[in-house]
Design a protein around this ligand. Sequence first.
Ligand SMILES: *[C@@H]1O[C@H](CO)[C@@H](O)[C@H](O)[C@H]1NC(C)=O
Ligand SMILES: *[C@@H]1O[C@H](CO)[C@@H](O)[C@H](O)[C@H]1NC(C)=O
Ligand SMILES: *[C@@H]1O[C@H](CO)[C@@H](O)[C@H](O)[C@H]1NC(C)=O
Length: 316
Amino acid sequence: MRVEKTNLLVIIGFFLIWVPLLNAQLPGLSTRSLDALLQDNAFMAFGAHPKTGIPYESHRIPSNLTGIQVSALRLRSGSLRTRGVHSFKEFQIPVGVAEQPYVERLALVYHNLGNWSNSFYPLPGFSYLAPVLGLLAYNASDLSASNVPELSLRASDKPILVKFPDLKLDPDGVSPKCVYFDLHGSVQFDNVLPGNVCSAIQQGHFSIVVESIAPSPAPGVEVVPPIAAKTAKYGGKDQSKVWRVFGSLLGGFILLGLLGLLAVWLRRFKHGKKVQQMEWVADRGETLQITTFGNAKAPLAMGTRTRPVLENEYVP
Ligand SMILES: *[C@@H]1O[C@H](CO)[C@@H](O)[C@H](O)[C@H]1NC(C)=O
Ligand SMILES: *[C@@H]1O[C@H](CO)[C@@H](O)[C@H](O)[C@H]1NC(C)=O
Ligand SMILES: *[C@@H]1O[C@H](CO)[C@@H](O)[C@H](O)[C@H]1NC(C)=O
């Protein structure tokens, strides 16, 4: 019986350790590592001789990031400045947008994070009505390069517009907001323009959100534990997963150790009590009196209840 109890504790212990791990469907990547990975994928999509001004879709997104779409557009810098890009996916780039530092050819890389939006860009207290969309600019002189740093993109005259075609239905009486994430992890909110449009003067990631009414996310909305949220937002390294596993294991061992100690202590305690009682019974030499005494005094009632078991076990 006691052995079964211990087993149960062990099972519960393991359950407690592993559930957070199994539950954590986390991107093992920071947003910046994701940007770098998608830049690499986008550049591969160009192939050997890309045409300028034509979007190329990436079909090489790793299978563990299924749901993310990437597209790339190669442009001459002068063309961007003087003509803009009438439409590149949901983005509309007006005349007068320039990159810094100057490059002859640049690549615009588009991200649609789809169902990964909330994992990479968690916003506690808000829910997304649209996927997070990104627009980043790179030096496109060497298309085989990876880890290419972003160029800084600035709109001077008119803003860049992002038109979100289909919003998830928002709850009545709550007004949606545009949200903008820059490349350094800061967040800004702005009003939504008519037609579900957000405007921007810089590159980065964009979406439309509403404040959540309930603090806990609605069913079906993906839940990201706070640790993951922090990691994603503030650029935790890819080692975060390793640390999570290590932390869970360490926590688990400590928990098991404590449970073990508790079990040992309980055993000793019980045993000690039994011995005490036996001594007490031996001292009096009268078993019948215990009952009477026990009935009169409440704290001794427990001892009275276990007495028959004691006799069976210890008295031959
Ligand atoms: C996807 O799998 C690769 C290994 O195939 C791994 O290096 C990478 O961290 C994984 N990415 C995510 C987001 O889990
Ligand atoms: C997004 O959906 C794809 C399937 O379409 C799935 O494989 C992936 O795990 C989902 N990502 C998240 C974060 O739920
Ligand atoms: C753009 O890339 C080319 C080729 O790698 C390099 O020669 C050039 O210096 C880069 N330009 C900038 C501004 O980094």
